[in-house]
Design a binder for this molecule. Structure first.
Ligand SMILES: Nc1ncnc2c1ncn2[C@@H]1O[C@H](COP(=O)(O)OP(=O)(O)O)[C@@H](O)[C@H]1O
Ligand SMILES: [Mg+2]
Length: 235
């Protein structure tokens, strides 16, 4: 919380809970733009500063997306005026003089293996991270007993992230709809719903896991959603 203040961020109530949580397994099922990457970047910087020698990995479906989250962490670190000096500061990793590292991983399972002793693994756009990739990175937490934070907007009723959300496994779960976000106006949401149709809107802004069979949506909205989905994969 002090870190958030120091970078001029007033966390939303759910973001406060995430910052104060001690859970080792966290799922953030949030609307677009709710602030899930922002708060996860803060968690990453916090771990790097206060847990010397910590290895923090940021993973997304693609390197570009991992770098985006990394960029948020780097911005946070810089806004704090680099309280612990950096040894390496690149577009891919930050290494501090206290031995901590924040590393952004490419979204390919044959290149992510090989890290161990991970203190925090953050998986952004988790609904779009393939099962094989998830299975490849999970063992990195084994010995270290590290934390796993998986954040996303839903992307269909399938995949490991959806299963984790539905499972009885001991994850701490957060659901944050756009209507609960003080920075997203009701007018904007009405406009979005009109433009994208109910199916897509429920998924992007109301945290809903939907599939093609989900009733009560117009066929054309569902078809359109799945057409866009094909374009969205860039693995
Ligand atoms: N508590 C907050 N106060 C002010 N702005 C915030 C807060 N949380 C997030 N934001 C801003 O909202 C925007 C979306 O945040 P982001 O973390 O990228 O959302 P998401 O990853 O959920 O799509 C960003 O411009 C971010 O700086
Ligand atoms: Mg994000």
């Amino acid at each position: 919380m002090e870190l958030a203040e120091a970078v001029g961020l007033t966390p939303d109530p759910w973001q406060c809970q995430v910052l104060e949580s001690t859970s080792r397994r966290i799922l953030l099922n949030c609307s677009r733009q709710a602030g899930k990457s922002t708060i996860t970047a803060l968690l990453a910087v916090h771990a790097a500063l206060y847990d010397p020698g910590a290895l923090i990995l940021l993973l997304s479906p693609s390197l570009r997306q991992s770098q985006e989250l990394f960029r948020k962490a780097l911005d946070t670190y810089r806004e704090l005026d680099r309280p612990v000096p950096a040894q390496t500061e690149s577009a891919l990793r930050l290494e501090l003089s206290n031995g901590s590292r924040i590393v952004s991983l490419p979204g390919k399972d044959h290149t992510v293996r090989g890290f161990s002793g991970v203190r925090l693994l953050a998986i952004d756009e988790a609904a779009r991270v393939p099962n094989e990739l998830y299975l490849a990175v999970r063992p990195m937490l084994a010995v270290s007993g590290g934390r796993l934070v998986a954040l996303s907007t839903p992307f269909g009723a399938r995949g490991w992230w959806y299963k984790a959300w539905r499972s009885s496994e001991p994850w701490e779960r957060y659901e944050v709809r756009a209507s609960e976000c003080p920075r997203i106006s009701a007018d904007f949401l009405a406009e979005e719903q009109q433009a994208m149709g109910d199916w897509w809107f429920h998924q992007e802004y109301r945290c809903k896991f939907l599939d093609a069979e989900t009733q009560a949506f117009r066929r054309e909205d569902v078809d359109r959603a799945f057409e866009e989905e094909v374009e969205a994969w860039d693995l």
